[in-house]
Design a protein around this ligand. Structure first.
Ligand code: ATP
Ligand code: MG
Length: 683
């Protein structure tokens, strides 16, 4: 009754097969959306393992943790069938599949001693890094005296851009943040202090992980050891790597032997985070002899009309993307351009369509709603909740950004790394009666002491705080000594300690306690405290508490996602909200030409997620902001400039769901101008 052994390459077309079987030197597969790049990469890994490659020695780099898991699942499945394993027998796992950041963090921890790093270094996520930047900014007296000084988030973006593009501050300011150029000297001082603060606290932010990995590879002995450790290095979505990531790849495999990268230049959408599509275009010539380049031209994802419309959008780009895609999935159904009155009508209509399709047998999981920025789905979320349609949101407020989750993790991190001031401060301030001045005194004492635990024991809190402080101190010391509770028992202890504080601080503690229970459950799936903290800081799980119903209980749920987070994925039906100028592209016309082009590619990425049905929504009354000399002006955004009339007529079915077919009327423009002017007086 054994199923026949299945060759992982059996479903591949000849071009895909050539890529999957390629041997030796570097390989670039550059191909359009839905042409099977990711699938080919998975088949290649399975093929390599069957040919005798050691899975331990395969490094597979993906763009997100979700993508890494999906890749592991796919190769596992292929290997399972190829090896004729029985149901419960596990296929060889891929221990080194992950994002650049998570793999970097693991390698850095391994070599921490040699690098002069504490192996217990903490990882600051974006929120932590902003908090630290704000703190340093205050210490440097930049926030108090200079009222127009850039906000913490902007400071961090500038800093990050400098690190990721390895460009001098002045150049980054001139190119991407011209309105901050006057602060060059202050920013330099700030960044220096920020870097010093991270060092004091033995903390690395996301950018440090990549930079440190690259620096580690510039040390000959460590570099040699690492290069020798991996026989194959494969990278998906290579068009969205930045300079540091390309540097890491080149340092890891200088000759390109065993390196495979795949990508699509028409889908590069992370320029705003210093990704450089040049990495991919320059890849072949970087090596001698140059890398082999293969292309894939058949699209297996979408119907011809969806493909035609997506290609039409890219055909108007000033830059040429010379790729022809074809499919044999004919369909008479064109993508639809749906004009609705406003946000509420948009939400109603999308919800109705989703339910109608579910009636026809298309499960919620095979449908998705995409949008430009996270808050654009707010009205829809209410509508879905009202109609009891379960959904999960990607790319929104992450679970880990919720303050109660941060509180619990702060204590865990503080015990893990007593020098982490942010974690210490956050925890100490939870104790009623301990204020910032007292907390600072404690942290200073711990910093100065050779044994932080002794300093903590010696600390005398204000009298009112004595009992609560004692409970915290006892727990901290127990966590420090790993007092036999094991993992994730120690996290449960923190949650138990925290629960009364949560109830004191919050009117609605119950859903928050449920989040914390979920956190403990997630923790249970990680081997150790250290692995858990690393993974979480790098790629947090999706929010659980702000969804309409618990996806763990509901089998079927809808995906809501930002376009950025939808990369690489596909659904039977895709609804794209707010296809309006001022949204796609964002900021009415004020972007640089490169920024506008990145938005065009974003629309292309969104459209090419659809397999059978694609609806682009155009609300008539969608407020957008136009920045101008006299302050901001609010007006209704017209349909996205990326879909001009001729294209709309040729490639889309245009519908306007109001029964009478009449277009809703916009309020007179004069009223809006008047409002802007009244406000402008105060700008
Ligand atoms: P993107 O650029 O969006 O990341 P991609 O090039 O990585 O797309 P995949 O996600 O690998 O494309 O594949 C798209 C779809 O086509 C998947 O459903 C995949 O299973 C299917 N597919 C790819 N190649 C084949 C093939 N040879 N036969 C049948 N289906 C295929
Ligand atoms: Mg892909």
């Amino acid at each position: 009754a054994d199923a026949p052994l299945a060759d992982p390459l059996e479903t591949l077309n000849p071009e895909q097969r050539a890529a999957a079987c390629h041997q030796g030197g570097p390989l670039l597969v550059v191909a359009g959306a839905g042409s099977g790049k990711t699938m080919t990469l998975a088949a290649r890994v399975a093929h390599l393992v069957l040919q005798g490659a050691d899975p331990q020695r395969i490094l597979l780099l993906t763009f997100s943790r979700r993508a890494a898991l999906e890749m592991q699942r796919r190769t596992g499945h292929l290997l399972h069938r190829a090896l004729g394993l029985k149901g419960t027998q596990a296929a060889p796992a891929l221990p080194w599949a992950g994002t650049f950041h998570s793999v970097g963090a693991r390698l850095l921890r391994e070599s921490a001693e040699a690098l002069g790093l504490s192996p217990q270094f903490s990882i600051l996520d974006r929120g932590d890094a902003e908090d630290l930047m704000a703190w340093v900014r205050q210490e440097q007296g930049l926030s108090a005296t200079e009222r127009r000084f850039p906000m913490k988030g902007t400071c961090l973006s500038i800093y990050s851009r400098c690190v990721n593009s390895q460009a001098p501050l002045a150049a980054v300011l001139a190119q991407a943040f011209p309105w901050c150029a006057e602060w060059e000297d202050e920013l330099k001082r700030l960044f220096k202090a920020y870097a010093a603060a991270k060092q004091d606290q033995q903390a690395l932010d996301y950018d440090d992980l990549l930079l440190s990995w690259l620096l580690m590879l510039q040390e000959p002995t460590l570099a040699a050891a690492q290069s020798a450790r991996f026989d194959h290095v494969l990278v998906d979505e290579y068009q969205d790597t930045n300079r540091l990531q390309a540097g890491i790849l080149h340092a890891l495999k200088p000759t390109g032997e065993g390196v495979t990268v795949v990508g699509d230049d028409a889908q590069s959408i992370y320029g705003f985070r210093a990704a450089e599509v040049r990495n991919m275009l320059d890849f072949p010539a970087h090596f001698t002899p140059p890398a082999r380049v293969l292309t894939l031209e058949r699209n297996y994802r979408s119907t011809q009309p969806i493909l035609d419309a997506s290609n039409a959008v890219m055909a108007l780009a000033p830059e040429r993307f010379a790729k022809t895609l074809w499919t044999d999935k004919a369909s008479s159904a064109q993508p639809r351009l749906v004009t609705v009155e406003d946000d509420a009508a948009q939400a109603r209509w999308v919800a109705q369509q989703i339910l109608a399709r579910r009636e026809e047998g298309m499960t919620l999981k095979r449908q998705a709603v995409l949008f430009r920025t996270s808050h654009h789905s707010a009205t829809l979320e209410l509508e879905l909740t009202r109609r009891r349609i379960p959904f999960v949101k990607f790319g929104g407020l992450k679970f880990l950004e919720a303050s109660h989750v941060k509180d619990v993790l702060a204590l865990l991190r503080w015990a893990d790394n007593p020098r982490c001031r942010l974690a210490g401060l956050r925890t100490a301030l939870l104790v009623p009666g301990i204020g910032p001045a007292h907390a600072r005194r404690l942290l200073d004492a711990m910093d100065a002491a050779s044994d932080p635990a002794a300093a903590l024991r010696a600390y005398v809190p204000p009298a009112a705080a004595a009992t609560d402080w004692q409970a915290l101190a006892t727990l901290w010391l127990a966590l420090r000594q790993d007092a036999g509770t094991g993992w994730p028992g120690e996290l449960q202890r923190i949650v138990d300690w925290y629960a009364p504080h949560l109830e004191r601080l919050n009117d609605h503690p119950v859903p928050r306690l449920a989040d914390l229970a979920q956190l403990v459950a997630i923790a249970g799936s990680h081997r150790s405290r250290e692995r858990f903290l690393t993974e979480l800081a790098l790629d947090p799980p999706e929010a659980g508490s702000d969804t309409a119903s618990d996806p763990l209980l509901d089998e079927d749920y809808l995906i809501l996602s930002t376009i950025h987070s939808a990369k690489g994925q596909e659904w039977q039906a895709v609804y794209l909200l707010n296809v309006v100028d001022g949204c796609i592209p964002g900021d009415l016309g004020v972007g640089t030409p490169e920024e506008i082009e990145e938005e065009r590619r974003l629309l292309y990425v969104a459209m090419t997620r659809a397999r059978q049905h694609l609806d682009l929504m155009v609300p008539q009354r969608f407020y957008v902001t136009q920045q101008g000399r006299h302050g901001d002006r609010h007006l209704y955004g017209p349909r996205s400039r990326f879909i001009p009339d001729a294209m709309a007529a040729e490639h889309f079915e245009r519908i306007s769901p109001r029964a009478d077919g009449a277009l809703p009327t916009a309020p007179p423009a004069g009223l809006l101008d008047l409002r802007a002017r009244l406000r402008g007086q105060w700008d």
